[in-house]
Design a protein around this ligand. Structure first.
Ligand SMILES: C[S@@+](CC[C@H](N)C(=O)[O-])C[C@H]1O[C@@H](n2cnc3c(N)ncnc32)[C@H](O)[C@@H]1O
Length: 446
């Protein structure tokens, strides 16, 4: 994904970025080297019950959500929303704290993970889970299965492994109890990448260079080994967390349509991280899980998910929408500068324009749904194209201000490193290449 040529004369200078962010309270903005502050990424989540059931690369940490709930003084009976809930970190924390919560997510696989992680499970279901696990490890899986029409899946797993995965899936589909079935299914989905010939990398999948850890075992044993390690975690976590908490409501819908599902002025806090304007397409990253899990069955299903997502990538052609959004720094300076560069695809300027139009709609929806005095935190990363830094944090802060929010602060969490070519070009401006939390509040009197 390398940009090919840089027209230096049109690159906005340091003064432009400084001036643009001057009106906002940028906290911690003088970082000179990457701090890799752990809270804005998922790595810490592997230490937390339930959160660790699926490694969602793009997620943030439960600690961050806990800190924000405290900072925003969310009342004990409060209502929290995550309009881009992914694998459900915000909702899981709300569940742990017995707070009510609502999430929106367009990727059906991610929404499934969020749902399974935030359900309550009765004693009876836990006993049933044990029983099914015993059946699972002793079963021969002699089901008749047909290979899917999608050839790429055969390439990703190899034919023998693919057949075995499908036979085990057949066993899972036949489990009667829906909640137990979903737990086992999650463990099966979690086994896909470790037994595949491909791994998640950047914006999609790449062939693995090394053999898988247990490749000496039969395909059946490799899969069961992986499933078992997830199921062990699940059992430990379910034994240590009490039940009968408030379960979140998760809508498999777009954040741009959230107003259709919420009544006005009811949310106490909104805590989220949207897709970044970095060209990543979640239907490519979660290709294995989406197709193998039957969350998408045809190319047209895949297209539908893409079309519902915010315009953060170039793998779909969206109809013109929400064009009444205008911000001088974006439309008069940054977008013309990006348009003047020769990039790896000429669709990037339109993607960026669309991204901020979509995000402006989401911010408007949040404004309407928050109670007066309610707070919102947006964890977001800036990006860079052809040497031009797109200060997403400041653009979102400016959009929020225009809508009527009070922008409390832009807290810089860490600096980010881009490709070496971009790194060279952005020299001197690197402190604007960062991941931040934008904190905004709906005023008490509007
Ligand atoms: C950065 S991830 C959020 C991760 C989440 N904070 C977590 O910890 O799991 C952004 C999510 O937004 C989802 N998404 C993209 N467009 C969306 C839309 N229009 N409405 C709702 N969700 C969307 C993506 O599928 C992705 O799961």
């Amino acid at each position: 994904m390398q940009d090919q040529m840089v027209n230096l004369s049109l690159i906005p200078n340091e003064e432009f970025y400084q001036e643009f962010e001057r009106g906002f309270n940028v906290v911690n903005g003088d970082l000179t080297s990457a701090t890799y502050r752990a809270l804005v990424n998922f790595t810490e989540s592997v230490n937390y019950p339930r959160h660790r059931w699926f490694y969602y690369r793009e997620g943030f940490s439960p600690e961050l959500v806990n800190a924000l709930i405290k900072e925003f003084d969310v009342p004990e009976d409060g209502l929290i929303c995550d309009p881009f809930c992914g694998a459900g970190t915000t909702l899981s924390v709300a569940h742990e704290r017995n707070l009510r919560s609502i999430g929106f997510e367009v990727n059906p696989f991610s929404a499934f993970v969020g749902q399974v992680k935030t359900r309550d499970y009765s004693e009876k279901e836990l006993m049933l889970l044990e029983q099914v696990i015993t059946e699972l490890v002793t079963n021969e899986f002699d089901y008749e299965v047909a290979l899917p029409e999608n050839d790429y899946l055969t390439k990703i797993f190899g034919q023998e492994m693919l057949f075995e995965l499908l036979r085990i899936k057949e066993f899972i589909i036949q489990i009667d109890d829906a909640k137990v079935r979903d737990l086992i299914f999650l463990s099966w989905l979690n086994s896909l990448e470790p037994v595949a010939k491909y791994r998640k990398a950047g914006n999609g999948l790449k062939i693995k260079k090394k053999a898988n850890k247990n490749s000496a075992l039969s395909p059946r044993d490799q899969i069961l080994h992986q499933m078992n390690s997830t199921l062990e975690m699940i059992k430990v976590d379910l034994a240590s967390t009490s039940s009968f908490r408030t379960e979140p409501i998760i809508y498999e819908e777009s954040a741009m349509d959230m107003h259709q599902f919420l009544q006005g002025e009811q949310l106490d806090a909104v805590i989220f991280s949207p897709p970044y304007a970095n060209c990543f397409d979640y239907t490519k990253i979660y290709y294995m899980e989406l197709w193998m899990g039957d969350f998408i069955k045809t190319r047209s299903d895949q297209k539908d998910v893409r079309m519902k997502s915010v315009r953060s990538h170039v793998h779909a052609t969206w109809p013109t929408r929400y064009e009444n959004y205008y911000l001088s720094e974006l439309h008069d300076v940054l977008l013309p500068a990006v348009r003047s560069q020769k990039l790896w695809t000429n669709r990037i300027p339109d993607m960026l324009k669309g991204y901020f139009e979509d995000m402006n709609v989401v911010l408007n929806n949040i404004y309407k749904a928050l109670r007066p005095g309610g707070s919102c935190a947006i964890v977001v990363s800036n990006s860079s194209y052809g040497g031009i830094i797109i200060p997403t944090d400041v653009i979102l802060a400016a959009s929020a201000k225009n809508i009527g929010f009070t922008v409390k602060e832009i807290e810089v969490e860490r600096l980010i490193i881009t490709s070496s070519q971009q790194y060279k070009v952005t020299e001197g401006l690197r402190r604007f290449l960062r991941e931040s939390t934008v904190k905004i509040q709906k005023p008490y009197e509007t």
